[in-house]
Every structure is written in C-alpha cells, then in structure tokens.
Design a binder for this molecule. Structure first.
Ligand code: ADE
Ligand code: ZN
Length: 327
C-alpha cells in the first residue's frame, strides 16, 4: 500500500523523540570544530557508517559519544532548532521532546544551558513555525535512583520549562521498580510521567511502569505483544504506546518491518502512535517512519493512517480544547 498523499500534510504530533538523537553528523562536526574537539571519526561519512547497530546498547554507545560535542546553551538551541525545522516540514504541529540532562551534567554542562537552550528553540518554533512543543526530562536508567533524585532537584529552578519526566537508556536489568521514589516525587510536583518499557525488556516491565511509576504513556511497549492479559489491559485503559518502527528495525527489536507487531497492536484496540525516537541515527524523521511502515504493510491504508495520526494528537499532553481544534 502507498501512504496516502494527504498524510504528509495532515496535522500530527510527535511524542517520542530524543533531542540528542536528532544530532545529525554534519552538526556534530560543526560543533566539534567550534569547541576544538576531535571526534573518533574521520568524516561525516565515517560517522554515518558507524550507525550500524546490533542492539540498544550498541546504539547508546555511539549516541552518548556524539553528545560530547554539546557544550553551550547555543549548542542546545541549534540542536533544537534544527529538529523543529525538520518537524515542521513533516507536518508536525506539536512535539513532546525528551532530553537526557545526566548525559550533559556529568560532563560539567550546566542544567540551565541544556534547558534554556532547548526552551529558546521551542519558543522560536512556536513563533516562526507555528509548532508547539514541550520538554520531558528523562532519567538514565543505567544510573542509580539516587542520581535521578539529584537530577530532578537540579532541574527544579527550571520547573516551568518542562512538563514531565521519562525513563530511558539501557532497559535490560534496569526495571521501572528501581525508580519508584523519584517518579512519586515528580508526580507530587505536578509533572506528567512516561517511561520506556518493553523495548528490549519484558512485558512485565510495562506492567511495572503502569503499576509502580503510574506512567501515563508507555514509550515503545512492543513486547506487550507477549502478554495477552497486558494487551487487554492496555486496550481497556486506553494507555497510549509511542512506537518507533525504524528504531525497532535498526536496533534489531524486529527482524523486518513486515513482521512488526504494530498491526496486531492496532487491531487489538491499543492507542498506538508512530514516532522517530532518534531520527539522525535510525534513518529518518517522522514521515520517513510512516513511509517505511506503509511500504512494508500492504494491508494498511488510509483508515490506519488516520487512526495513527488521531492517536498522536489525542495522546499528547495538550489541553482538550487544543485537541478539538486540531481535529
Ligand atoms: N535513548 C535514546 N533512544 C533510546 C531508546 N530507543 N531506548 C532507550 N533509551 C534511549
Ligand atoms: Zn526512545
């Protein structure tokens, strides 16, 4: 099946995109030159060739290495602004963006440089592109809960600039249960809560994210397919899943897009959305994900396309009136 042409311009939201994962090799080399940093790759082409992953960890190694070029508030502004321009070109009207402060504060970058740089890009996108956006602060799950608590505390002076917290990085052996206290604190601060679960980890981690963290959305969640009881629960409770097809393909979560569980998830009544995760690393932005998916799934047509778009707007954290205005 072909992606209906109208879909390209239809209003859509992106709810699962790590801003550090939108760092294109060209910008990496520009920022490295600006700061006198030598990247462990000879050229943009050599860095692109290194984007051949066997699992989540092999990707994370490169992703954290490249993030080293992000040093100043202006760097974060440029990173954000580059993404917003691409997002607007894909018909994205609203984006809820993840950032990983610990990747930067651990290198001595001030929390304020990260958040204020991204916030400035977000404001410019609203004014110049008509694209609204919000920031979601993610805790790195391979680090301790103590470090997550310290990170949330360090971000409190900037509380007005982010709307929620999330949980990302290496999933295996780092269950949601490890972060119960920091998520409870975030909820008392009025923050939204989401969590990566069921990407490489088991369906039981999705259940923990719901029961222990009270996650309002599950990022990825594709391993829910292994548990009929969980599938029923997700459908019944209307929990959105932010699924990332090209990411799943590149990180070998699925062998082929034609074998992606998305058709079963959608048919079972789950509120699935399509997202790009780390577009600079996985071969494409949001429309590229839609195109690749629809090319691989001949049984899908306009009905599925519109259901996925409607879900993305519906599952966002914007006010109900704004959702009505979009639809
Ligand atoms: N950080 C950036 N992308 C991620 C992903 N797909 N899973 C876990 N952590 C991430
Ligand atoms: Zn992700």
């Amino acid at each position: 099946s072909a992606l209906p042409g109208l879909l390209a311009r239809a209003p859509k939201a992106e709810l699962h995109m790590h801003i550090e994962g939108s760092l294109e090799p060209e910008l990496s080399f520009q920022l490295a030159a600006r700061h006198g940093i030598t990247l462990p790759y000879a050229s943009v082409e050599a860095l692109r060739e290194a984007m051949d992953f066997e699992d989540l960890q092999s990707f994370l190694n490169l992703y954290y290495a490249c993030a080293d070029v992000l040093r100043t508030e202006d760097d974060f502004f440029e990173l954000g602004w580059a993404y917003f321009q691409r997002a607007a070109a894909d018909g994205i009207v609203h984006a809820e963006i993840f950032f990983d402060p610990q990747t930067h504060t651990a290198r001595g970058v001030p929390m304020g440089a990260v958040i204020l740089g991204l916030h400035r890009a977000s404001e410019q996108a609203r004014r110049q592109l008509g694209l609204s956006s919000s920031l979601i602060l993610c805790f790195l799950r391979h680090l301790s809960e103590e470090e997550a608590l310290q990170t949330l505390e360090a971000a409190l002076p900037y509380r007005e600039f982010f709307i929620g917290v999330g949980l990302d990085s290496a999933e295996r052996d780092h269950p949601p249960a490890k972060f119960e206290r920091v998520f409870a604190w975030a909820r008392t601060l009025g923050l939204h809560v989401v969590a990566h679960a069921g990407e490489e980890g088991p369906a039981a981690y999705v259940e923990q994210a719901l029961d222990l963290l009270h996650a309002e959305r599950i990022d990825h969640g594709v391993r829910s397919i292994d548990s009929p009881a969980l599938m029923q629960r997700l459908a019944h409770e209307g929990v959105p899943l932010t699924v990332c097809p090209l990411s799943n393909l590149k990180l070998c979560v699925v062998p082929d897009l034609a074998e992606h569980p998305l058709p079963q998830l959608l048919a079972a009544g789950l509120r699935v959305t399509i997202n790009s995760d780390d577009p600079a690393y996985f071969g494409g932005y949001l429309l590229d994900n839609f195109r690749a998916l629809f090319d691989a799934l001949p049984q899908w047509g306009a009905a599925e396309a519109y259901a996925l778009l409607r879900n993305s707007l519906q599952a966002s954290f914007v006010a109900p009136e704004q959702k009505v205005a979009w639809m």
